[in-house]
Design a protein around this ligand. Sequence first.
Ligand code: GTP
Length: 695
Amino acid sequence: MDQSEKFPTPAQLAAPAALPAQEALGWITRLVAALELMPGVAVCSIDRAGVVRFCNQACARLCGVTPQQAVGRRLDELLSRGEREAEHAALLEAVWQTGRHGPAGDWIVRAADGREHWVCSTKLPIFQGELGQVFCMDVDITARKHAERTLTLAAQVFENSRDAILLTDSQRRIISVNRAYGGITGFDACEVLGRPLTVSRAGVEDETFLREVWNQIEVLDHWQGETCSRRRDGEVFPAWLSLTAIRDGQGQVSNYMAILSDITERKRSEEHTRHLAEHDFLTDLPNRVLLLDRLSLALSAARRKGSMLAILFLDLDRFKPVNDTLGHQVGDALLREVAARLLKCVRKVDTVSRQGGDEFVVILADIGGIDHAAHVAEAVRQAIGQPYRIGEHELHISASIGVSIFPSDGDDIDTLIQNADVAMYHAKEGGRDGFRFFSAAMNQRIVERATFENGLRRALDEQQFELVFEPELDVRSGVLVGAEALVRWRHPELGLLAPERFLDVAEEAGLMVPIGNWVMREACRHARAWHDEGHQVGVAVNLSPAQFQQRDLLEQVQAALDEAGLEARFLELELTEAILMQGGAGVADTLRGLRQLGVRLSLDDFGTGWSRLGQLKDYPIDKLKIAQAFLAGGFDPTVIRTIIAMARSMDMTVIAEGVETAEQLEFLRGQGCDQYQGYHAVAAARASGQASVLH
Ligand SMILES: Nc1nc2c(ncn2[C@@H]2O[C@H](COP(=O)(O)OP(=O)(O)OP(=O)(O)O)[C@@H](O)[C@H]2O)c(=O)[nH]1
């Protein structure tokens, strides 16, 4: 390019001596023509009086007029600068005074039509020999200013947000966190920058959940939901997380933004509100709303499992007089104490609720049978019946309880509650302080059962139990070597009852231990009496699993021996396979303890259920009793032969139970069986006169 064609610098254009006037004018003309083409730059020139001499399209647009309308008017009329008008005038004056171009600066200008723009302005003095005009050049920077403002605002929002905000790169690595993040989690930014963004539920990362979250973000660019987050000190807190994918101009994810709100307080307050809505204010028990909800769940579960459930409808008896005589406050305290006692009578899976007033409803979920419901109803009745100390008052109150059973008394919530209510009224009519089942037949059974159980409880005190002794004879010599003690209950109305009639009830009523201990003491006493009469005969008693588990079993056995003055080797404890099958060190220790006392141990009913024969040798068992089923129940020579051989190999005594015939005895003798028991033994003992020993 020719040197003369080179565009002059602004300094050359502005300095009077730099270019001859004619040349300067030429360049200015070309410059103006060029500026006309630049839509973004508003250019006008003004003379010393501030009147516009030249105005390009962009400048006219900025002023809201046409170039023709602009020329001849004062610039400060066309574009006002508000409060900075004087500042602008001073700047312009300085240009005129010094002949130097003014500094670039940002201004807000308002056009005649009221529109406002941000402009970046410079002033260029133009010399045509002498200083003739000032070119004003304004670049519209409104959009940039807005962008800057938006950015500043965004940064302020980011920094001042009360929610934690995290930004990640496209690989989900954290690149920025705001101040609230530190406040909420306790982590410093430097501890998390560069780390991957994690999303977890219930404090643990769940792969399936994570996949679902990121899949949704991939499709919708957004996911939000409840999660759990962990603070620096390890505390897990509930959080609301909002995740957004940020895409670049090409539509590729460039960043992710996570907004994390700590919702601990909200949750707490929601929980509190829900608790208030679902609980009784006085007792804090579930109210009717929650009861119906729980009942509906319990019913669904019972239908699914085919199990039973019971509803106990309880109303206090003559509660009104408590209020009337001692005041509502005492009444309230009594209701609270009743609630506490009710809770103690049920399991965790059950629900105790207060319906209002002095009415309570209990759901017994998944009961094994109506006996269970009857037991709880009785336990509740007794618990409520205990005296209350409220302030200086000692109070007594009772309750009437109605029981309905799913499925027999109804298939839906309303029917079951209504029927329990009806049963409760029957209990009131029946004299209060009691419980009634809705169904008459059930009620009859329960009454009978309860009477039987109460009788059994009294039987011990009233000495209604008796022992009978079944002789154990030596197979070879026919000599009486021992006797098994068997318990009978002489029921005042039903006569002499065999154990099968009452042991199940005793077990449910928790009476096995006292009855078993009575049998042991009584058997020892009898054996001692035989010895005193010159008959060295041992006695065997059955040990129930409940007895075996009692903590002071060894003391009980020793006490029975001491009381009777019986040598330990004459007492034999018959264990069931069920006891040994509980296994574990506890069983072996107890057996060893018993052995150390000197008593003998036998395994009853052998051959019917032992599944771990191998373990038998680990236990100090002296004697195997071949189950009656293999003799009286259907003679099975193979099994008998095997058991005898096994007992021999383990150096144990073997006795056959239920021997009924001379042929069976002959067979046992042939197999080397040591002892026998059963009708045939009883007959032989009688015939030989030995039976009289066992009185
Ligand atoms: N203290 C107290 N009393 C209440 C509350 N809600 C209801 N009551 C009273 O509880 C009593 C309920 O009495 P009832 O069950 O109708 O009668 P009752 O005296 O218990 O007689 P029976 O049920 O027939 O044995 C009424 O006196 C009610 O005013 C409460 O929140 N606090």
